[in-house]
Design a protein around this ligand. Structure first.
Ligand SMILES: Cc1cc2nc3c(=O)[nH]c(=O)nc-3n(C[C@H](O)[C@H](O)[C@H](O)COP(=O)(O)O)c2cc1C
Length: 200
């Protein structure tokens, strides 16, 4: 007999979820080190939390990560949005804590570009950039959530051209499924007209 539709309780430990019932968008968070050099790290526990004003975004981070220390020191960060072409890069950037700072940009072919309203640079190869000034934090053990006030948002000009399908296909955001699985966006569709007009 088929088990389809039968409810099964699974672990509350996210590390054991496969498939993970909750997926998160993969982002590259850039920060500034104490000596002024840029750092970049892959994060996926991120979400908008308030329209505002001020608009608020959050992401979760281990307190021992350079990213957490940099934000606590500098009070700012940028959430950069990588596209599908940067999937492997996101994995490498998020897997080798030994290489950090400017070397992490250089070794992964990433370019720090000046921000609009804050000093922290953008990751040039990403297609979206959300500049944040630290609002507040909430900590549980070794995990800390940073809430940032969004002060500037920019996207590559080509994302503002074409129909909705083309725009989302060009953005092609990435999602973290579980520790070895990720996926790009599927075909964008309107909930009231669930047939996609065309695929990416
Ligand atoms: C796909 C992916 C998603 C990740 N998401 C997170 C996250 O949400 N929070 C976190 O603290 N670390 C996350 N990591 C791990 C960090 O990227 C990694 O520990 C990195 O070395 C931290 O760098 P930092 O010390 O410069 O901040 C993720 C790694 C990968 C590959």
């Amino acid at each position: 007999m088929s088990n389809a539709g039968k409810k099964v309780e699974i672990s509350t430990n996210k590390k054991e979820w496969h498939p993970s019932p909750l997926v998160d968008q993969i982002v590259l968070v850039s920060t500034l080190e104490k000596d002024g050099s840029p750092n970049v790290a892959t994060k996926s526990w991120t979400s908008m939390v308030a329209f505002g004003p001020p608009p608020i975004i959050m992401f979760g981070c281990n307190v021992e990560h350079a990213t957490a220390k940099n934000i606590s020191n500098r009070g700012e960060f940028v959430i950069n949005i990588p596209s599908d072409d940067l999937l492997a890069t996101c994995w490498v950037v998020g897997s080798d804590p030994q290489i950090r700072g400017a070397d992490r940009f250089k070794n992964n072919g990433l370019t720090p570009l000046p921000g609009n309203k804050i000093q922290t640079p953008h990751v040039g190869e990403c297609k979206g950039h959300i500049e944040c000034v630290l609002d507040s934090t909430k900590k549980w053990g070794k995990e800390i959530v940073f809430f940032g006030k969004i002060v500037s948002v920019s996207v590559n000009a080509e994302l503002l051209e074409g129909d909705s399908n083309e725009r989302y296909c060009k953005l092609s955001p990435l999602f973290y499924l579980d520790h070895i699985w990720a996926a790009p966006l599927g075909e964008p569709r309107r909930p009231v007209d669930p047939k996609p007009e065309s695929g990416c």
